[in-house]
Design a protein around this ligand. Structure first.
Ligand SMILES: [Zn+2]
Length: 225
């Protein structure tokens, strides 16, 4: 994972170059966030004592999955005669591809790009970041959630959209900032059990980010001047 917040921010920034089709940009931002929800499978496997190999950066980071998502949404859009669902599906596909590219470029790990084919693409083969850095990247997840929420709040204020949600959003920004500070201490001091607590909070935060993204869709989709 590159930090989910980074993916979210990149998704929102990309709207500048996106045609104004209803739910397209919403799809792009959600598609940017969601591939790392595969960590939920990792968490379930961990709790149930099953092997976790092959769960992260595989089925949700595959071009086959991207294609399937786009096709399924187009079909639903046609069948239900709701074209914006097609826009949403196309956006999800674009967002997922952006997520995968970002993962490949700025993370020290590979992606199973053509899952289920057993082929990993890794630009970082043979590069192992120092332990302290890998540890630091975990609390930094919370910092980027905070930045993503703060960015949405600022955007809403500037555009005059979703103003009723700005206060709540500022609250979530504060929560994520505090979580960042707490985990920053815990990651270097906790002897055991860190990953369990952190993993649960991370998945909850990703869920909150997904809900907030959907709630703030007017802000995300407003045409930037
Ligand atoms: Zn990822």
């Amino acid at each position: 994972m590159a930090q989910a917040g980074i993916h979210g921010i990149v998704g929102v920034v990309a709207r500048k170059w996106t045609p104004a089709s209803e739910w397209l940009v919403l799809g792009i931002v959600l598609g940017s966030l969601l591939p790392d929800a595969d960590n939920l499978a990792v968490a379930v496997a961990t709790v149930t004592g099953s092997p976790t190999a092959g769960l992260h950066r595989t089925f949700t980071h595959s071009l086959f999955t991207v294609t399937a998502v786009i096709i399924v949404f187009q079909l639903i859009a046609i069948l239900t005669k709701r074209p914006r669902l097609g826009n949403l599906g196309l956006g999800l596909g674009i967002g997922m591809i952006m997520h995968i590219l970002l993962d490949l470029l700025i993370w020290f790990d590979g992606v199973q790009l053509l899952w289920p084919l057993p082929m990993w693409i890794n630009f970082w083969e043979g590069v192992t970041p120092p332990e302290w850095f890998s540890q630091l990247m975990m609390p930094v997840e919370m910092l980027f959630f905070a930045l993503y929420f703060a960015g949405l709040a600022a955007l809403a204020g500037r555009q005059g959209t979703d103003l009723g949600r700005v206060r709540g959003l500022k609250g979530w920004t504060a929560v994520q900032t505090i979580l960042f500070l707490i985990f920053l201490v815990l990651v270097y001091t906790m002897e055991s059990g860190f990953m369990t607590i952190y993993g649960a909070v991370y998945l909850l935060s990703l869920g909150v980010a997904t809900v907030i993204t959907i709630q703030m869709r007017q802000t995300i989709e407003a045409v930037a001047e």
